[in-house]
Design a protein around this ligand. Structure first.
Ligand SMILES: [Zn+2]
Ligand SMILES: [Zn+2]
Length: 430
């Protein structure tokens, strides 16, 4: 497969300079194919993300100059020699992906061909790397090189390449009808929110509440064993209480995913959404109103969970911040035999909890990076379903505040770091 694209030119890129708080928009060479599995993507839009701030502030544990950004959507302009021929046993994109295809990338690359990838744990592929880190140049640029792209990318020009619970026509229509800024949320924030919600709802500690049967009978299918003299559940026992700590874009995505799943499965619930920033709490309230569910939802500054659970605490806590105070609060809010699902990037040692605290409350900790590639199908379905929230930019219920030129990268990082602006998208061609 060949292309008229020439990679001998120069491009614009937002680059991080050590040690901290130093973003410069610079002219650097357009990336080239380095390996037969590589693809070069012309970036249409790239987003600024809360986790970019760890590196920005110099707390990300890196010290090497690199191009920033791990959320991008664009068009394939060059493919390596692995593409366009019968690639038996390899991911389908190696035979199907071509120049001109519209693609969105998860925030980490992955091979799609190893044991880890086959299980769906794509965020921890041994061959993978995080875009916008010293290991892999990022997407806040006009062009980006995607390694093992046949295992990494989603081809938005060919809807047959991923599974979906949506009818085929709806899926097809979505690909032409959805805006690029909306589809860009599939790079990180939406899959990560869906991941946090999925981890909580499917955690064994949550099973008694969801099944209405006590531990450990909750793991047997209803009616498959003789029950004894167990006391039957009250209605309150069957309410799933989830606290969400941190209402940035990922926290809001997690809330939307939770509400959608719980409503669909008819599980009684109560969600307490917590953030110290008033603007974020206001956004959450507008999102709640837009979702128009009649079930209980509370937005709070801090303590509220104990009040509405008679002092018991939350069955599950989603910690969507990634710092020690958020984790300490999560521990306070979780009930005994509860689970804390943490998807924020934790940097600062030491770890704020000790073994005795976890033992004394029988707390499960579920930590780590979202396998965004594996989470893409449910995230895509949710994106299509909830265009009232994900569809436009700058409205009170929207997650994206503004789209600006890449030339404004330094000022955007500064304002984003200070909490003066919300989710910001760069157009590198503006
Ligand atoms: Zn991100
Ligand atoms: Zn792999």
């Amino acid at each position: 497969m060949s292309s008229n694209f020439s990679s001998s030119g120069q491009q614009k890129a937002a680059r991080w300079h050590p040690p901290s708080y130093d973003i410069r928009v610079e002219t650097i060479p357009i990336p080239e194919i380095q390996h037969p599995d590589d693809v070069i993507v012309k970036v249409k839009l790239a987003a600024l993300c809360g986790s970019d701030l760890h590196i920005y502030r110099g707390t990300g544990g890196v010290d090497k100059l690199h191009t920033c950004g791990h959320e991008f959507i664009g068009e394939v302009v060059a493919v390596g020699s692995s593409y366009g021929k019968e690639a038996a046993g390899r991911p389908a994109l190696y035979s199907k992906l071509k120049v001109g295809d519209k693609v969105v990338s998860p925030f980490t690359s992955n091979c799609g061909e190893c044991h880890v990838c086959r299980l769906g744990y794509t965020a921890r592929c041994p061959k993978g790397a995080l875009f916008g880190s010293p290991a892999l140049e990022g997407g806040q640029a006009q062009y980006v090189r995607v390694p093992t792209a046949g295992g990494t990318l989603y081809n938005l020009s060919d809807s047959s390449t991923w599974s979906s619970a949506l009818p085929k026509e709806v899926k097809e229509q979505a690909l032409t009808g959805l805006s690029d800024s909306s589809l860009l949320m599939l790079a990180d924030i939406l899959p990560t929110g869906v991941f946090a919600a999925t981890q909580a709802i499917n955690h064994p500690k949550v099973a008694p509440v969801i099944t209405g049967r006590p531990w450990p009978l909750c793991f047997n299918e209803a009616g498959t064993i003789d029950t004894g003299n167990e006391v039957s559940f009250t209605d309150e026992d069957k309410i799933l209480t989830v606290a969400i700590v941190g209402l940035g874009p990922v926290g809001v995505c997690a809330a939307i995913s939770l509400l959608d799943t719980l409503a669909t499965r008819n599980i009684p619930f109560r969600i307490v959404a917590i953030d110290p920033l008033e603007s974020r709490r206001e956004k959450m309230k507008v999102v709640y109103d837009t979702l128009s569910t009649s079930l209980e939802r509370v937005v709070a500054r801090k303590e509220k969970v104990k009040d509405c659970t008679s002092g018991v605490g939350a069955t599950a806590v989603l910690e969507v911040v990634g710092n020690n105070s958020a984790l300490t609060l999560s521990y306070e809010l979780v009930r005994a035999f509860g689970v804390i699902v943490s998807v924020g990037v934790h940097g600062d040692p030491p770890f704020p909890l000790v073994g005795r605290q976890l033992y004394n409350k029988n707390v499960s900790l579920d930590f780590g990076r979202c396998p965004a590639r594996a989470m893409f199908p449910p995230a895509f379905d949710l994106l299509v379903k909830r265009q009232d929230i994900f569809g436009t930019v700058g409205q009170p219920a929207n997650l994206i505040d503004r789209i600006v030129s890449l030339d404004d990268a330094a000022e955007s990082y500064r304002a984003f770091d200070k909490g003066e602006v919300g989710k910001t998208i760069f157009d590198p061609w503006m």
